[in-house]
Write a protein that binds this ligand. Structure first.
Ligand code: BDR
Ligand code: CA
Length: 316
């Protein structure tokens, strides 16, 4: 597989953090130009700290981390400590990371990087509210020329909302930024709850992760143990859905997923259905296709990939 240049835009969050560990385990396929952080699961000062901590755990001091927007474009910030704990990554020991934060604002990093990149050469991988990406596009639309694809986690169709009856968390936090992204005209692949609710961190899978004898494996097992408590109760399921790593897994092994070209329009006006992703799955309108909507994943294949890649870290 060809090495792909990516920017991961995230709000760690245990599942974002595990996505970072998966990405950083795979330098032959993924050239991480930078990790940009946004407020979402927890406030910005925690999401950027948590991303830096993952760089320490992965032994990837070479990956730059930037802090971006602290509040959504138009709405008040909504956080999810009830799911992720006070720190965002409860379940592991939190220390001040050795990895330092870059001084540049994440939005400036995204804009400058894309301005200086060749056409269709950078993949954006957002796994949090889309505030940084929406703001970057608003600042300079010409940066889109450098974007070959956006692979994001967000939205829901068949699964319904997880943060309101109508909306998934990342969409609900910043629907206005999401609207900018979905209208941007570049290819977008969406890992929604319809897919992520299939990749459950069951006890058997968590045991296999716990058996990985390195820092990344132990951190992942610890974070999943915490993450599991809330979600297994909420969904009466055998394990928590591992949302955000689906984006990275898709980049590494697209054959694990099935999707369909659709129109997706996000609700930005109705308070009742704010952030709802209206997916024209059966092409009942003539709205133009703007996303590849993923709806099926080989969950065993996903966990085999995750466990194999986490096992590649050599920093015991
Ligand atoms: C999304 O919201 C957050 O809680 C997770 O990190 C994921 O990005 C799932 O709805
Ligand atoms: Ca996230």
């Amino acid at each position: 597989m060809q090495n792909r240049s990516i920017i991961i835009d995230c709000d760690p969050g245990q599942d974002d953090a595990i996505g970072l560990l998966l990405a950083m385990s795979s330098p032959d396929e993924l050239d991480i130009l930078g990790v940009t952080t946004v407020a979402g699961n927890v406030p910005l000062e925690l999401t950027e700290r948590n991303a830096r901590l993952m760089c320490d755990i992965a032994g990837r001091a070479d990956v730059p981390v930037y802090a971006g927007c602290a509040i959504p474009m138009q709405r008040d910030l909504l956080t999810a400590e009830n799911v992720h704990g006070k720190t965002g990554i409860d379940g592991i020991e939190i220390v001040e990371p050795e990895k330092q934060l870059e001084p540049k604002h994440a939005v400036d990093f995204i804009v400058d990087t894309l301005r200086s990149s060749e056409g269709n050469s950078v993949t954006l991988v957002p796994t949090g509210p889309l505030t940084n990406i929406g703001t970057a596009i608003q600042k300079d639309r010409s940066i889109l020329d450098a974007v070959d694809e956006i692979v994001l986690m967000g939205g829901a169709m068949r699964e319904g909302g997880n943060s309101s009856p109508s909306a998934e968390f990342n969409m609900l936090v910043d629907p206005h930024a999401a609207d900018i992204v979905f209208r941007c005209g570049r290819p977008i692949t969406v890992m929604s709850l319809d897919v992520t609710h299939q990749v459950l961190a069951t006890a058997e899978r968590r045991d296999r992760i716990r058996a990985i004898d390195n820092r990344a494996g132990q951190a992942t097992a610890g974070m999943l143990d915490f993450f599991n408590r809330h979600d297994t109760l909420k969904y009466s399921s055998l394990g928590a859905p591992l949302h955000d790593p689906c984006t990275i897994a898709y980049l590494l092994a697209p054959q694990l997923f099935e999707g369909k070209q659709c129109n997706l329009t996000v609700e930005t006006e109705s308070e009742l259905t704010m952030g709802h992703t209206a997916v024209d799955f059966w092409h009942v309108t003539d709205r133009p296709v703007n996303v590849q909507w993923m709806y099926e994943v080989d969950a065993d294949g996903f966990y085999a990939l995750l466990i194999d890649r986490l096992g590649r870290y050599r920093n015991g």
